[in-house]
Design a protein around this ligand. Sequence first.
Ligand SMILES: Cc1cc2nc3c(=O)[nH]c(=O)nc-3n(C[C@H](O)[C@H](O)[C@H](O)COP(=O)(O)OP(=O)(O)OC[C@H]3O[C@@H](n4cnc5c(N)ncnc54)[C@H](O)[C@@H]3O)c2cc1C
Length: 434
Amino acid sequence: MTLIDLTAAPVARPVNAHLPVAIIGAGPVGLAAAAHLLGRGIDFVVLESGSQVAASVRSWGHTRLFSPWKHLVDPAAQALLEATGWTLPSPDRAPTGAELVELYLEPLAALDGIASRIRFGLAVTDVTREGMDRTRTAGRNAAPLVVRTRSASGEVEDRAFRAVIDASGTYLSSNSLASNGLTLPGLAEVTDRVLPALPDVLGRDRAVFAGRHTTVVGAGHSAANTVLALASLARDVPGTRVTWAIRSASPDRVTDAETDGLPGRASLGVRARRAVADGRVTLLDGFETVGARWDGAAIALTGRRGGGLTTHRTDVLVNATGFRPDLSLYREIRLDLDDVVEAPRRLAPLIDPNLHSCGTVEPHGYRELAHPDQGVFLVGMKSYGRAPTFLLKTGYEQVRSVVAWIAGDIASAQAIELVLPATGVCSTDGGGCC
Ligand SMILES: Cc1cc2nc3c(=O)[nH]c(=O)nc-3n(C[C@H](O)[C@H](O)[C@H](O)COP(=O)(O)OP(=O)(O)OC[C@H]3O[C@@H](n4cnc5c(N)ncnc54)[C@H](O)[C@@H]3O)c2cc1C
C-alpha cells in the first residue's frame, strides 16, 4: 500500500451547506456517494438519465466482471444494506453485470433515504455557477453550483447545489471509429448498422448478427469478448461471419500471458487468439479506419492499410474502440484536466496505463479530484478519463473522501487508505491494462 503525500495541496473549505449535493448518475459509484452522504446526514439528489438505476451496467449486463463480489461493494453501502438483513453474495465469485444490478445496486437504491432522492429520466446537460460564466472570478467559489437537466420530453430545469459529484461514467460516449478520433466521415449513412461496445450477441441482440458478416473495431478486451461471442454464434447459424479490425499488427492489447494476475482476462486473450489462429475469426490488422458509406448492399469501410487505401465490406459494425468522458457539461466550469487522458491533472500520473496496472494505481481522494472550480468532482469511471484502468474499489474510496470533504471533515477526507488487491479487480474495457 502507498500513501500519497497530501501535505502540499491547499485545503479549501466547503460552502453553501444549506443546499443539497447533486450526484450525476445512479451507477455503482453514484449510489455509493449517496450511501456516504446519507450516512453523514447530508441532503442530496441523484440525477439519472436512464429510467432505472445503473442504466449503463444493464446495457452490458450479460458480461461477467473479472472482480469477485468482495471487491464490488462499497463499505458504507454494505453497512446500510446489512442493517436491513442483506448479505453479501458469494464473496469470491465474479458476478455478471445483471447480477451486480439485481443483487446489490437495486436493493441499495431502494433503501429509505436513497429511493426518494433519485430522479429518473433527467439528463444533466450543463453545470455552471450561479450568475457566473467561466470568465468571472470574483467570489466564484462562494457561488452555488447550478445544474441544468433535460427530461425525455425536453423540459429544462436549473437547480442550485452546494457540490456536484459527477459519477456519470463514460459508457455513453464511445471513442470514434475513425483512427484520428473525429467523427467517422459517412457514419450517418450507416449509423443504423453500427452497435456500441459489448452487444448481447447470444441473447438480446442475436437477430442483428445471425447470418450476417460483422466487423468488430477495437483492440481491447471488450472487442475480444464480442469477437468470441460472434464466433460462437457462427457455429450455430450458417452465414454468420466475424472480422476483427485493429490498427496495430496484432491484438497486443489483449493479454494472454500466463503471468496475468487475472485468470479470466488471460483466458479471454488465449481464446481470442486461438479463434484467429484457427480461422474462426478473420483478423484485419494494420487497418486505420478513415471513412464509411452504404454501397447499396453493405457498409463499405475505407481504411489505410499497408501504405494504400483499401475497402472492407461488412453488414454490421461494432464500435469497441473504448470510451471517453463527456466534458461538454463543463463549458462554463473551470476544470484542470490532463492533456492526454482527460483525467484530473493530479490523478493522471497515478493512472497512466503505461505505468500502472489495475492493481497498482495509488489510492487517491478529494485532493487529486479537485478542480479550480471548488465543489465539482468527477469520480468513478469518468475520473479516469480515457484511461481504461478504473476499478470500483478505487471509486468507492474516491467518494468516501469527497463526501468527507463536503461534510467539512478534512481529517477523514485526507486519510486515504486503499489496499488494492493484485488480482480480480480490472475492467474488460479499452486497451493496455484492462
Ligand atoms: C464490461 C465491463 C466490465 C467491467 N468489469 C469490472 C470489474 O470486474 N471490476 C471493476 O472494478 N470494474 C469493472 N468495470 C469498470 C467499472 O467498474 C464499471 O464501468 C462501472 O460501471 C463504473 O461505474 P460508474 O458508477 O463510475 O459509472 P456507470 O456504471 O457508467 O454509471 C453511470 C450512470 O450515469 C448515468 N448518466 C450518464 N450520463 C448522464 C447524464 N448526463 N445525466 C444523468 N445521468 C447520466 C448513466 O445512465 C449511468 O446510470 C467494468 C466495465 C465494463 C464496461
